[in-house]
Structure formats: C-alpha cells, structure tokens
Ligand binder design. Structure first.
Ligand SMILES: NC(=O)c1ccc[n+]([C@@H]2O[C@H](COP(=O)([O-])OP(=O)(O)OC[C@H]3O[C@@H](n4cnc5c(N)ncnc54)[C@H](OP(=O)(O)O)[C@@H]3O)[C@@H](O)[C@H]2O)c1
Length: 323
C-alpha cells in the first residue's frame, strides 16, 4: 500500500482526496519509485477541473523525483538505490509509484530532489520553447507572459543567457521585482501598464519576433499585436482559460504571422530527446546559470491548498509537494 491523492470527479481543489491505494509490483520495463518531492504544475489544475479530460478516477501530477525501490524484468541501466526524476507522466501525487523505466532520467549529484521536482517539467518546457519552437538569436527582444511564474522565471533566465532582451508581464510590483532579478529586463504590470503599448515603446515601434504566451484567453489577441511582420506567436498554455477560435486571415492581416501551440510531451517522446533535454537543464542549473526558485512547499496531503494558491495567482516560481 501507499498513500496518494486521487480524483474521482472533476471540480475544485476539494475533489483531491487523500487515500491509501494498492501498489502493484513493477512489471517488465517498470520501476517502483519512492518519491521525495513532486512538482506542482498548471496542467494538474487542467486535469483536476476536466479542462484536459483524463479517465476517472486518476492520480494527478506529472513530475517527481526520488529513489528507485524495485525494478521489473528487462530494466537495464537503472538499479535499486538510483536517484531519478521525470516529467510528463501522470500519477505523480503519490508517496510511491510505478513508472516506466525509460521515462525517468538519472539525477546528477549536483541536483537535489526538491530542485528536480521544481524544474523538470517547467525547465524542459522552457528549453523546448527557446531552443526548438522559436530558437532564440542573440539580440532578439521577446515577450514572456507570467514572467514570475514557475515556467516564467526559468524562461526569463534561460532567454537572457541566450542573449535575448526579455520583456515580461506580471500582476504585481513584488512579482515584477522577482522577474527582474531573474533575467526579465522589462517587467510590465498588468492593470497598471498596457503591454502592447509598452512593447511598442521598448522596441521603438519595431515589435517582436516572438511572444511566449501561457495565459491564453486574456492575452492571446493582444499578444498578436506585439509581433512584427512574420513574427511567431507561441501559445503554450491557458491559465486564464481557452483561446477563442481564430480565422487564419487574422494572421495575414496582422503581418503574415506564424502561430504554434507546442506541447512538451511531443518534444520528449523519444528517449534520446528526453535525455538530451534533461541533461541541458541539469547543465544550466548545475552550473548555476539558472536558479530554481522553489517559493512554495506543501505536504503532498495538502495538495488542495497548493492548487488554490496556484489558481489564485499568489504563487511565484516553482511549487513542490513533499512526502
Ligand atoms: N505546452 C506545454 O507543454 C506546457 C508545459 C508547461 C507549462 N505550460 C503552461 O505554462 C503555464 C505556466 O505554468 P506554470 O505551472 O509555470 O504556472 P505559473 O506560471 O507558475 O502560474 C500561472 C501564472 O499565470 C498567471 N495568470 C494570468 N492569468 C491567470 C489566471 N486567470 N489564473 C491563474 N493564473 C493566471 C499568474 O501570473 P501573474 O499573476 O503574474 O499574471 C500565475 O501566477 C500554464 O499555462 C501551463 O499550462 C505548458
């Protein structure tokens, strides 16, 4: 037996139910992982509310880190006692879980379990966005929404390392300070400043080659207005709600724009891509070029409180759940 958070019906944070569940032996190609820390991500909210449907009942959560407790048949290169981490594998909100061995990566000694749980999904997403979706060129000026969030702080730091000038939106002065301390050169505060006008001012009317928009409904159309001709709109999340359908002609009228909606799991589906992505992230964090801000830590059994904080926009940086 192990203890886990389960969702039997979709809804608010109160549908998260702390229960004892049966734990099977790891099957062929699987391992049993005793988790030390689990990452909280906005996708956990989408799953809990039903915005992204998952067959019920389910154990939510996509990311964690811990120690291998048992290995099934045909598992090569991983042994009992190894420290590993993963992202993008549903079922993380559990003290111990079964997971496919080829979806975990070995954790270097320079990375703690807490750091790993606070960065695997958000950090590999940042890498995907900056290196693969729209490869940043030194000298680019870019816009990052939710710049003080978990993904946002990593995105700002990594983009600045690549030589970009980073403009970011946040919802408070405190968040603006935090974003500025993590590579965001021009924080813009929603409600006090209009980000389209600010982008135009900062770029002297030239506008941007790319916008990374994780907010969705509230920002999508105005994000398009920040792009220069043939710019790239990267819509990668919807924390404010789903984006309304858009006629392709709107992309033409606004300057022959490109629009993409990337998902991390399509970029790390192949084992060698997962390992390359994780190793790049470990390198950036291990060498202290990126700092992972774990600004909220909750017990796993208090995951409902963590969800409420994330949805209420009171969190900054990464949030982890400990067991
Ligand atoms: N496509 C992918 O593969 C992928 C992978 C990872 C993450 N994501 C997306 O990236 C986004 C960020 O994820 P995260 O886990 O790092 O969360 P987060 O950025 O730490 O938290 C969300 C932030 O969004 C902002 N926000 C704006 N409007 C909001 C609203 N109506 N409700 C809640 N928040 C709102 C808030 O920042 P302010 O208060 O400063 O505005 C809030 O702190 C999410 O949309 C997520 O789905 C996508």
């Amino acid at each position: 037996m192990t203890r886990a958070m389960k969702v039997h019906r979709t809804g608010g944070p109160d549908v998260l139910s702390w229960e004892s569940i049966e734990l099977e032996k790891p099957g062929p190609g699987q391992i049993r992982l005793k988790q030390a820390a689990i990452g909280l991500n906005f996708i956990d909210v989408y799953h809990r509310t039903g915005l992204y449907p998952v067959p019920l009942p389910f154990v939510p959560g996509q990311e964690g880190a811990g120690t291998v407790e048992a290995v099934g048949n045909n598992v090569k290169n991983i042994k009992v006692g190894d420290r590993v981490a993963y992202a993008g594998e549903l079922g993380a909100y559990a003290e111990t879980r079964i997971i496919d061995a080829d979806r975990v990566v070995a954790l270097p000694g320079s990375i703690s379990f807490e750091q790993a749980a606070g960065m695997m999904l958000q950090g590999m997403t940042a890498r995907m966005l900056l290196r693969e979706t729209y490869p940043i060129q030194p000298g680019d000026t870019i816009l990052v929404h939710a710049a003080a969030g978990g993904t946002g702080l990593i995105l700002c730091q990594w983009a600045a390392q690549l030589g970009a000038t980073v403009i970011g939106t946040v919802s408070s002065i405190a968040k603006a300070k935090l974003a500025r301390a993590h590579g965001c050169h021009h924080p813009i505060i929603h409600g006090e400043q209009d980000f389209v006008a600010e982008v135009s001012r900062i770029t002297a009317g030239k506008r941007l080659p790319v916008v990374y928009d994780s907010i969705g409904r509230d920002t999508f159309l105005r994000s398009l207005d920040c792009l220069r001709y043939r710019g790239m709109m990267v819509s990668f999340g919807q924390s404010s709600g789903p984006v309304e359908p858009l006629a392709p002609m709107q992309l033409a009228l606004r300057g022959s724009l490109y629009l993409t909606r990337p998902l991390l799991r399509h970029h790390i589906e192949k084992r060698h891509d997962l390992v390359a992505s994780a190793n790049d992230l470990f390198d950036m964090v291990g060498s202290k070029r990126i700092h992972i801000e774990i600004n909220q830590t909750y017990a796993l059994s208090d995951a409902a409180k963590a969800h409420s904080a994330l949805e209420d926009r009171t969190t900054t940086g990464s949030t982890i759940l400990t067991v």
